[in-house]
Design a protein around this ligand. Structure first.
Ligand code: NAG
Ligand code: NAG
Ligand code: NAG
Length: 237
């Protein structure tokens, strides 16, 4: 009987000891690559803003015994992002020359078979600004059957960017202010791909024959320089 208790105790004792040595996985994500800004957006979500073309380096710092296995995954993003079908089994996740489709939420899962796995996530916001594209079209309308014709020109400027771009239309070097010139109308068309602003020159006047520039800019988080496109409107256009 006594031997039984001694045996039981020694088994129990060993169990407690090994439990003490084992420690469940713990994970924390830090970055050591290029970022424009790191922001805590929410109680738990951290956002890393990075410029397209820069190098993203994320590290998953793990604790636990035995040493946890690390696995990086990403939520389904754009179809052209291959990362979602693969995983990276390395504490360091390195993406050189990051592209816009690689933005999204990245997860680090640390597992060592003790307790539940630790999962941490961060969001990567890839910022970019393409060169704007300008297209021109015009309408010619008769005015009440007179010989006089009214000509209206539409300059349409489109750009892809993240975040959404701000547009400035210029005639020559001067920004056009819609409120100070009733010959123009600046608006966003209803159905567009990407971001678009239209400059409408109503019933062309002589001063409307000039150089027009569409300048686009994104918030200055990543120091991305503005981009622009210019069109020369002549009376032979
Ligand atoms: C904060 O997080 C919740 C869920 O975690 C999300 O629905 C919400 O959009 C987040 N807020 C911002 C400002 O991102
Ligand atoms: C993990 O990443 C580091 C840094 O990129 C690299 O040096 C190392 O070889 C990688 N380890 C494995 C197992 O792939
Ligand atoms: C428009 O730009 C062209 C080329 O830069 C220049 O030669 C021309 O004088 C400009 N036109 C006007 C009306 O400013």
């Amino acid at each position: 009987m006594e031997l039984f208790w001694i045996l039981l105790f020694s088994v129990f004792h060993r169990y407690v000891q090994t439990q003490g040595v084992y420690a469940p996985a713990n994970a924390q994500i830090v970055h050591s690559g290029q970022t424009c800004v790191v922001k805590e957006d929410n109680i738990s979500e951290r956002i890393y803003t990075i410029r397209e073309g820069d190098t993203l380096v994320l590290q998953c710092l793990v604790k636990g015994h035995p040493r946890p296995q690390v696995r990086w995954t990403k939520t389904a993003g754009s179809a052209s992002d291959k990362f979602q079908e693969t995983s990276i089994f390395n504490e360091t996740l390195r993406i050189p020359n990051i592209q816009r489709v690689q933005g999204g939420r990245y997860y680090c899962k640390a597992e060592n078979g003790v307790g539940v796995a630790a999962i941490k996530s961060i969001r990567v916001d890839v910022q970019y600004l393409d060169k704007p594209v300008l297209t021109v079209h015009q309408t010619v309308g008769d005015v009440r059957g007179n010989y006089y014709q009214e000509k209206t020109v539409f300059l349409r400027c489109t750009v892809n960017s993240n975040p959404p771009a701000r547009f400035i239309w210029k005639r020559g070097n001067k920004p056009i202010e819609q409120s100070k010139d009733n010959g123009v109308d600046i608006y966003e068309p209803l159905y567009t791909q990407g971001e678009t602003k239209v400059l409408k020159l109503k019933n062309l006047r002589p001063q409307d024959f000039a150089n027009y520039t569409c300048q686009v800019s994104v918030r200055n988080v990543c120091d991305i320089s503005d981009s622009s496109v210019t069109f020369r409107l002549t009376n032979t256009t």
